[in-house]
Design a protein around this ligand. Structure first.
Ligand SMILES: Nc1ncnc2c1ncn2[C@@H]1O[C@H](COP(=O)(O)OP(=O)(O)O)[C@@H](O)[C@H]1O
Ligand SMILES: O=C(O)C1=C[C@@H](OP(=O)(O)O)[C@@H](O)[C@H](O)C1
Ligand SMILES: [Mg+2]
Length: 181
């Protein structure tokens, strides 16, 4: 069983992915961490030095490797759905969940965050709205299911995901043991 999380920056892919993997006792991988290991610097520095297109090439090779041997819970980077090859590889290899939050909720979470290169602009809320409009259809196309993450806490979202995965037959609930009165 392998689950991949897609969605906009701040939707909770990394934070919820880590907690979900703990809960399901599965390995957790954040594709952005693999990319940073490979490029040897932060994603923000790499964007500044090499540009976004070069980052997308590294991202595509990391996604292809993960999808070639799908396992555990994978948190992707928010822009991975921009390339069709990534959308297809993720959908074929993983049960994909779209963590969906409105730009206003994401802005509340990320307004002091300096690590996300695409949001270091004069109007980050405007940028989040543009990203939402451009990418929402791509996240929907890639994902098997959508989970709303704008308002509920991380623990509630993890509980909802576990329920959805059990309903979809993606995870098997633990054996409750013998029933006693
Ligand atoms: N449902 C949530 N409720 C409250 N805070 C959240 C929630 N999801 C994420 N966060 C917080 O928002 C920030 C960004 O989340 P992160 O997991 O890095 O998003 P992503 O990986 O999707 O960009 C983190 O500080 C995280 O703890
Ligand atoms: O939305 C994007 O294009 C990006 C999102 C980032 O990941 P998060 O979604 O975890 O912020 C990271 O991959 C890179 O900065 C590009
Ligand atoms: Mg992340």
């Amino acid at each position: 069983m392998a689950v991949a999380l897609v969605g906009l920056p701040g939707a909770g892919k990394s934070a919820i992915g880590r907690r979900l993997a703990q809960r399901l006792q599965l390995p957790f991988v954040d594709s952005d961490h693999l990319i940073e290991e490979r490029i040897g610097c932060s994603i923000r520095d790499y964007f500044e030095r090499e540009g976004e297109a070069s980052f997308r090439d590294v991202e595509q090779s990391v996604i292809a490797e993960l999808a070639a041997a799908p396992r555990g819970v994978v948190a992707t980077g928010g822009g991975c759905v921009l390339r069709e090859a990534n959308r297809q590889a993720l959908r074929a290899g993983f049960h994909v969940l779209y963590l969906r939050s409105l730009p206003e909720d994401l802005f509340r979470r990320l307004r002091h965050d300096v690590k996300r290169p695409l949001l270091q602009v004069a109007d980050p809320l405007g940028r989040l709205r543009e990203l939402h409009d451009a990418r929402d259809p791509l996240y929907r196309e890639t994902a098997h299911e959508t989970v709303e993450t704008g308002r509920p806490s991380i623990s509630v979202v993890v509980n909802i995901i576990v329920m959805q995965l059990e309903l979809a037959g993606v995870v098997v609930p633990p054996d409750p043991g013998p029933l006693t009165d």
